[in-house]
Design a protein around this ligand. Structure first.
Ligand code: 13P
Ligand code: SF4
Length: 307
């Protein structure tokens, strides 16, 4: 069936077909917290980057459907080379991951010989294979801290690198990359939100600029925010809007206020429910990782997982 036919189906019909296709293909749907509500609704597992990577290794499904961005599907493939991993839209890339190439990283390393390289999971497999260890937003501090070196190279997110430096005291030399969604937050957003919602704690993602991070009560990955929401009646949430939607859906008795209503990751929103069902039906788009970078990328991911 062509994509247009799925696009014309009702939500109920799509959900029903999704469930049938999942069991027919022995597929598991791993969904990131920034996906649109209807895609979150059909998730077998919903989580942050680290959790999705862990779940990919734990699943006994034959087909992994990654509803997120390209590096997440690539990570699932690196950790499960024998399984078929699909990403419903090839247009769903992470612009931050594209801010550094393996060639550029080789140049960066040459400028700082001997310094270990930490790469954020938001990178290509080629960049991971040139790095010593990978990290996600939930373990960046722990990963940087674990290294037996005072000077550490961090790619590509300058904001997450600055946060890791502030928490570890290490000299973190960060690449000049950033997330266009989180880098948009400014201190005035925090001032305005606190004035509108007095006494409500502020949690921000560590991809936000340091001047915003400094003003927050908590700094958490999206998975950390899900846990924090269990403990608070209300929160001002400085991350992509999909996570705020998830919290509001899961805690109808609580209030979650976006730090900015404009924090939308267009790339994450390239996947919708018709596309997920179409992708399951056609087993598209299969994600492959080039042989020459597979082993190196797996090594840097496995070092992180071992922590
Ligand atoms: P998390 O690992 O916190 O879910 O973050 C992923 C991401 O892309 C943040 O922009
Ligand atoms: Fe990439 Fe930012 Fe979108 Fe996350 S929110 S996928 S870091 S562009």
């Amino acid at each position: 069936m062509e994509f247009e036919q799925y696009a014309r189906m009702s939500a109920d019909e799509l959900v029903e077909r999704c469930e049938k296709l999942k069991s027919a293909r022995n597929a598991v749907l791993l969904v990131h917290n920034y996906q649109v509500g209807p895609v979150q609704g059909v998730a077998d597992y919903l989580g942050d980057s680290l959790r999705l990577a862990q779940l990919a290794t734990e699943s006994d499904a034959d087909l992994i459907v990654l509803c997120g961005v390209h590096f997440m599907a690539e990570t699932a493939k690196i950790l499960n080379p024998g399984k078929k991993v699909i990403l419903p839209s090839l247009a769903a890339g992470c612009p931050m991951a594209d801010m550094i190439t393996a060639d550029e990283l080789r140049g960066f390393k040459a400028e700082h010989p001997g310094a270990p390289v930490v790469c954020y999971v938001n990178t290509s497999a080629a960049v991971k294979s040139e790095s010593d260890i990978c990290c996600t937003s939930s373990n960046a501090v722990r990963v940087v801290d674990s290294l037996d070196a005072d000077e550490v190279l961090f790619v590509p997110d300058k904001n997450l690198g600055a946060y890791a430096a502030s928490q570890t005291g290490k000299n973190v030399i960060a690449w000049d990359g950033y997330c266009y969604v989180h880098n948009m937050f400014v201190p005035e957003d925090v001032v305005v939100a606190r004035a509108e919602h007095p006494n409500v704690p502020v949690v921000v993602h560590p991809e936000c600029p340091p001047e915003v991070v400094k003003m927050a009560d908590f700094v958490e990955s999206t998975g950390g925010m899900v846990r924090l929401a269990e403990e608070h009646d209300s929160l001002i949430v400085g991350t992509e809007i999909g996570l705020v939607d998830r919290l509001s859906r899961e805690h109808t008795d609580k209030r979650f206020y976006p730090l900015s209503p404009f924090a939308v990751c267009r790339n994450m929103k390239m996947i919708d429910l018709p596309r997920v069902v179409w992708a399951l039906d056609h087993e598209r788009h299969e994600i492959e990782v080039p042989d020459d970078v597979m082993e190196g990328a797996r090594r840097s991911l496995e070092r992180m997982m071992a922590l």
